[in-house]
Design a protein around this ligand. Structure first.
Ligand SMILES: Nc1ncnc2c1ncn2[C@@H]1O[C@H](COP(=O)(O)OP(=O)(O)OP(=O)(O)O)[C@@H](O)[C@H]1O
Length: 624
């Protein structure tokens, strides 16, 4: 399944060829969004139709002046003609304003629907989906790709509709006025279309490069800003600046190439249009001399020649926009079509009263096919029990926690809450009964109050304060000038590690779940913070069923059950006393950690052999 997801996204290469079938399907799907706003669209269409009629009327007024008013010296008609031109101009202005406004409204509504659908869907997707995604890529789908569709359906579609209707109306009129001159006018069209096609192929390629480079720059900015600590700690600022300058240079180069192509293309088409005008002038003048055309008709012909040349340029520009929008919609629908791997079953039940038992029965799990992480894992956690998972790095401790939270489903075996299969429980109700304090404390940009209330959005100030007090966080919060309203920066960067952990504990306390998953922090805190955190943790775990992923054995001696894992299998389990008495793996890990603790600098000389040191380092590395 994961492989499929990967393939799906790899296949979103913008260079991929779109088959007519896939293009039709994309248009159909975009049309579904258009149809949701059909009234605005139809109103805009009506206006567009009126605008194309007006485009024909103005040259006709000029023709009437030249052919009738001037030769017949009908001076009294001049004010009427002026009034007619003024009226048509104002009407055109009002209609154009309405068209622009309605089409922008229409585009914005479509963009809003697609963006919301996409965000909603991304929120529903399983963790496994995010394992394979780059944040920068998802962000570009939500922002640029959605806007590309918006720009197509708003301004560009309306322009192309105005253009098409205008060209159609003009050509019909010209043929009815003088088909021979009309034919000469459109004589250059095949050449213009051919040149446009050739150029658009190059221009599209150039724009693709521009997009690729823009994406590369975005990804680099996103990567480097979110990892600024790593860059600074390695002193790699210069390296990053050089890398960025190169990307920036490449970006400028592809942009310049695209502009160069446009700069050749536009004058070429202009020159052909001038040639077309010349043909119309020469042949039209000859037709006037021969008495087949009036001077006014020739003037109108000129005006129309000008009017039809603009759409041809715009059509070529449109081809780019359509291509861009198709690529964008393909990328968007690829996400919308991705089914969440973990989702509610039909008739999923809500957990109402929870006793608090959690049971794993013969669970097998692999993130990737064939790479088993857990094998035949069985564990029965009684209500209110605290179970600690111990084992070397990669033995599967966090994976068990992720399965309990149903971030993934096991391939074999079952997990139960009380007597209910986890897969039958609605995800909302499962997660509302579950609190997770993870190793890397996940705080959001905002105030301390908002971050604690994230556990229970409707929490009152009193509840938030009570939770903060229980988590030993109240005092340090009140130490900030703005107290609970202090802004803590992105990912809580303005707090110390211990403060972040206590906020995370307060957040779960305010949620008050029956089950708690605690991924213990690996880094040791100073004794004072450690004591404060241990205190708040014992309040958090009291009376709840808990699964504690332990990295330091000193913190789990009071657990009701300690499970030792190795390679995704339980190798021993029991209480601290039982496991120590047994003298197995736990006992040896404990001895090593204990020895390590007692070998503080002043006691280092007590370690008599180098082998002892090596053992300690290995054991610490395993446990971290
Ligand atoms: N999202 C993932 N995709 C693929 N493999 C993963 C993923 N997460 C973990 N693994 C693999 O699963 C195995 C178990 O990882 P897990 O995180 O459960 O170990 P752990 O015991 O919690 O380790 P640690 O103590 O270092 O946190 C490891 O081999 C790891 O590489």
């Amino acid at each position: 399944m994961r492989a499929n997801v990967m393939l799906k996204f790899v296949s979103n290469d913008p260079d991929q060829k779109q088959t007519p079938g896939s293009v039709n399907k994309l248009f159909r799907r975009i049309f579904e969004y258009i149809w949701q706003n059909k009234f605005i669209f139809l109103a805009a269409l009506g206006i567009i139709f009126c605008l194309s009629i007006l485009q024909i009327i103005i040259p006709q007024i000029a023709r009437y002046s030249i052919d009738v008013v001037i030769p017949e010296k009908k001076v009294n008609l001049l004010p009427w003609i002026a009034a007619a031109i003024l009226f048509v101009a104002i009407l055109r202005g009002v209609l154009d304003f309405s068209r622009l406004y309605l089409m922008s409204l229409f585009g914005q509504k479509i963009v809003e629907s697609i963006r919301n659908d996409l965000y909603q869907h991304i929120q529903k997707l399983s963790i496994s989906f995010f394992d394979n995604q780059r944040t920068g890529d998802l962000m570009s789908r939500l922002a640029e790709n959605v806007n590309a569709i918006g720009s197509l359906v708003s301004s560009d579609v309306s322009e192309i509709l105005v253009d098409s209707l205008t060209v159609l109306a003009i050509v019909t009129y010209l043929f009815s006025a003088d088909w021979q001159v009309a034919l000469l006018l459109i004589l250059t069209w095949p050449l213009q279309i051919y040149i446009t096609q050739v150029f658009s192929k190059f221009i599209q390629g150039a724009y693709r490069d521009v997009e690729d480079q823009a994406a590369a720059i975005n990804n680099q900015i996103q990567d480097t800003i979110s990892n600024i600590n790593a860059i600074k700690s390695f002193g790699n600022e210069k390296y990053e600046i050089d890398r960025f300058s190169e990307q920036s240079r490449n970006y400028a180069a592809v942009n310049i190439r695209a502009i160069r192509l446009w700069s050749i293309f536009v004058p070429t088409i202009d020159t052909i249009n001038i040639i077309a005008s010349l043909i119309v002038l020469v042949v039209g003048s000859w037709a006037v001399i021969a008495g087949r055309l009036t001077v006014g008709e020739l003037t109108a012909f000129f005006a129309y020649t000008n009017q039809v040349s603009k759409p041809i340029l715009r059509f070529s520009k449109m081809m780019n926009v359509v291509q861009k929008a198709l690529v964008s919609s393909e990328r968007i629908f690829a996400i919308l079509d991705t089914e969440p791997e973990v989702k509610d079953r039909e008739n999923a039940i809500d957990l109402t009263s929870v006793q608090g038992r959690m049971r794993f029965e013969a669970v097998d799990f692999a993130y990737n096919q064939g790479e088993t992480v857990l094998h035949n894992f069985t564990l029965d956690i009684q209500p209110g029990m605290s179970v600690a998972l111990v084992g070397s790095s990669g033995s599967g401790k966090s994976t068990i926690a992720k399965l309990a939270a149903r971030f993934y489903d096991p391939q074999k075996g079952m997990i139960f809450i009380d007597d209910q299969d986890l897969r039958d429980i609605s995800l909302d109700s499962l997660r509302s009964n579950l609190g997770i304090v993870s190793q890397e404390t996940l705080l959001l940009y905002g105030t301390i109050r908002d971050n604690i209330a994230y556990g229970k959005l409707e929490a009152t100030d009193a509840e938030i304060e009570a939770a903060a007090k229980a988590a030993n966080a109240h005092d340090f919060i009140m130490g900030f000038p703005d107290g609970y309203n202090s802004i803590i920066g992105e990912r809580g960067v303005k707090l110390s590690g211990g403060q972040r952990q206590r906020l995370a504990i307060a957040r779960v306390l305010v949620k008050n779940p029956q089950f708690v998953i605690l991924d213990e922090a690996t880094s040791a805190l100073d004794t004072e913070s450690e004591k404060l955190i241990q205190e708040s943790l014992s309040k958090l775990l009291k009376g709840r069923t808990s699964l504690v992923i332990a990295h330091r054995l000193s913190t789990i001696q009071n657990a009701d059950l300690i499970v030792v894992l190795e390679g995704g299998k339980i190798i021993e389990s029991g209480t601290h006393a039982e496991l120590i008495a047994k003298g197995g793996r736990y006992s040896s890990l404990h001895n090593i950690q204990f020895t390590q603790k007692s070998t503080l600098p002043e006691q280092t000389e007590m370690i008599d052999t180098n082998q002892n040191k090596i053992n300690q380092i290995q054991a610490i590395a395993e446990l971290a």
